[in-house]
Design a protein around this ligand. Sequence first.
Ligand SMILES: [Zn+2]
Length: 106
Amino acid sequence: MLIEYLYPQRKQKMPDTEKCPLCNRELAEPIVRHHLIPPSKGGKDSPTVPMHKICQAKVHAVFTETELKTYYHTVDRLKEHEDIAKFIKWVSKKELEFFDTTIKKN
Ligand SMILES: [Zn+2]
């Protein structure tokens, strides 16, 4: 379902290298599905995008679920935020598998 959403013309074949929509690096485990609208805010059936676990952790550290629902429900909007822009710069120098357990909610 996810792939059909992202690549409607390519149902049969996954793209060779799938990239994280947030940091634009290749995906590597740990990978999570990020709901563009938080499930707790009625987004249970909203589209999900695959992301590095660390990228999703950062999103949830910066935004409240209400903010995610009301405005930051596209990846482009997430990237508009200064903290996310800084994070993308920072994480781009890390290993693809890097996950920092110190990223927590504020
Ligand atoms: Zn990422």
